[in-house]
Design a protein around this ligand. Structure first.
Ligand code: CTP
Length: 207
C-alpha cells in the first residue's frame, strides 16, 4: 500500500520567536512510519516540528503550521490508499503573526485566536475507497469521545488513548490504546511499545 501518515504537533507562530503548540513529540507517528516501511509499504510522512530521525525508506515532508500540514496532506493524499492522521494538530492559531519580535509594551495580555481547519474533515471529500485512521488523545476514559470522533470524522478506525494513564501519552516509549471501528467493535490492547502498537495498526490496514 501507499500510506500517508501525519505526525507530531503543529506550531502556530505569533512572531519569529513565539508560538503556541502542544506536547506531541511525534513518537507514535514515526513508529507508524517505521512499521509501515518495514512491512514493505510506501510511506509518506508529513511531520510537524519534531527532533526524530526519519525512519529508513520513508519520504518525509516537514511542515510547521496546521495550514501547511493541510496543504501537504491534500497534495499527497490522491496517490495514497490509506491515511493515518496521528498528528496533534493545533486547533487554533494566532489571528495575526508579526514579522518582527513583538515588544511586551505592544501586547495587550489577550491573544486573539482563529480556528484552524480540521484536516481529516477537510480532506474527507477525497476519501473514496481510501482507509482513514484517526487518533483520539483524551484525558480520562477515552472510548466515548473516540466513538464520537470516529463517527463525526467518517473514519474506518480510531485509536483511543488516555494520555494521562501510566505508560501512555506524550514522550513515552509505550502506549495503551483501544481500537474502535464503525461496526461497534472495540479491541483494548495491553500496554506495549509504540512500535508494537504501530505494527498492530498497520496489520489492521493490511487485513
Ligand atoms: N485532527 C485533524 N485536524 C485538526 C484536529 C485534529 O485532522 N485540526 C485529527 C487528529 O489528527 C486525530 C483526530 O483528528 O486523528 C482527533 O483529534 P483530537 O485532537 O483528539 O480531536 P479534535 O477533533 O481536535 O476534537 P476535541 O478538540 O473536541 O478533542
Amino acid at each position: 500500500m501507499k500510506i500517508l501518515i501525519t505526525a507530531g504537533p503543529t506550531r502556530e507562530p505569533l512572531d519569529p520567536v513565539r508560538f503556541i503548540s502542544n506536547r506531541s513529540t511525534g513518537k507514535m507517528g514515526f513508529a507508524l512510519a517505521q512499521a509501515a516501511a518495514e512491512a514493505g509499504h510506501t510511506v509518506t510522512l508529513v511531520a510537524g516540528p519534531v527532533t526524530l530521525p526519519t525512519p529508513a525508506g520513508v519520504r518525509r515532508i516537514d511542515v510547521c503550521t496546521a495550514l501547511e500540514m493541510l496543504d501537504a496532506v491534500t497534495q499527497a493524499l490522491p496517490a495514497c490508499e490509506a491515511f493515518i492522521s496521528c498528528a496533534a494538530v493545533a486547533d487554533w492559531r494566532p489571528e495575526t503573526c508579526s514579522s518582527t519580535k513583538l515588544k511586551k509594551s505592544e501586547m495587550s495580555g489577550t491573544l486573539r485566536l482563529v480556528r484552524n481547519p480540521d484536516i481529516l474533515r477537510t480532506v474527507r471529500p477525497l476519501k473514496g475507497t481510501r482507509k482513514f485512521v484517526g487518533f483520539a488523545a483524551e484525558t480520562g476514559e477515552p472510548t466515548a469521545e473516540a466513538a464520537r470522533k470516529l463517527r463525526d470524522k467518517g473514519l474506518d478506525l480510531i485509536v483511543a488513548n488516555d494520555v494521562t494513564a501510566p505508560g501512555a501519552g506524550f514522550a513515552t516509549e509505550t502506549n495503551r490504546v483501544t481500537l474502535l471501528t464503525p461496526d461497534g467493535s472495540r479491541e483494548a490492547l495491553p500496554l506495549m511499545d509504540k512500535l508494537e502498537v504501530a505494527r498492530r495498526i498497520i496489520a489492521w490496514l493490511e487485513a
